[in-house]
Design a binder for this molecule. Structure first.
Ligand code: ZN
Length: 183
């Protein structure tokens, strides 16, 4: 049963956002991470999938929107120990449709603008990938340093990190010397 659910390819390749909002449409299903090349370029692996639960409509102010959640568990390389790191992503989507930049500027603050022509459609994978890319951590790391130690990382109270930390100052000192020399 679970296996059958996981294989349900219920997401269309493209949606027409304005029509979807008018029709109060939904977008529910799963998308393989392998379909998101810009995202997997940043990850430690392409295994897994994104659970997509989005719905569209029109709010009281007449703003067409696409709202919902994206959930995924992705595999990273921890930037502290270079070991594998599984990290859940849970993205709240709150997109307001805008025909052009001016309309995007007029959207209420709670919406992130989605620029799309009224006759236009967009690839579902692009939409989902853009939203996931926005919430990626800058420097993914195990939350608990003990997990890093389990992958062979030495604690920074030993001098393991010291050369890296000192480096910017070494560069600064060189720059200072250079600028003094040039005067
Ligand atoms: Zn780590």
């Amino acid at each position: 049963m679970i296996r059958r659910l996981m294989e349900t390819p219920s997401l269309p390749a493209k949606i027409h956002p304005w029509r979807m909002a008018t029709e109060h449409g939904c977008l529910n299903g799963r998308l393989a991470l392998a379909a998101l090349p810009r995202l997997i370029a940043l990850l430690g692996g392409a295994e897994g999938e994104v659970v997509v639960a989005l719905s569209a409509g029109c709010d009281a102010q007449g703003v067409r929107f696409i709202q919902g959640h994206l959930c995924a568990e992705v595999e990273w390389i921890c930037q502290r120990c270079l070991g594998p790191l599984r990290l859940p992503l849970d993205v709240t989507v709150n997109l307001g449709l805008a025909r052009d930049e001016a309309a995007a500027d007029r959207l209420p603050d709670e919406y992130d603008p989605l620029l799309v022509r009224e006759s236009g459609d967009i690839a579902v994978a692009d939409l989902i990938e853009d939203e996931l890319l926005l919430v990626l951590p800058q420097i993914p790391r195990h939350e608990d340093p003990r997990e890093c130690e389990a992958h062979g990382y030495a604690r920074p109270d030993k001098p393991a990190l010291a050369p890296k930390n000192r480096q910017p100052f070494a560069v600064l000192a060189t720059l200072l010397q250079d600028s003094q020399r040039s005067h």
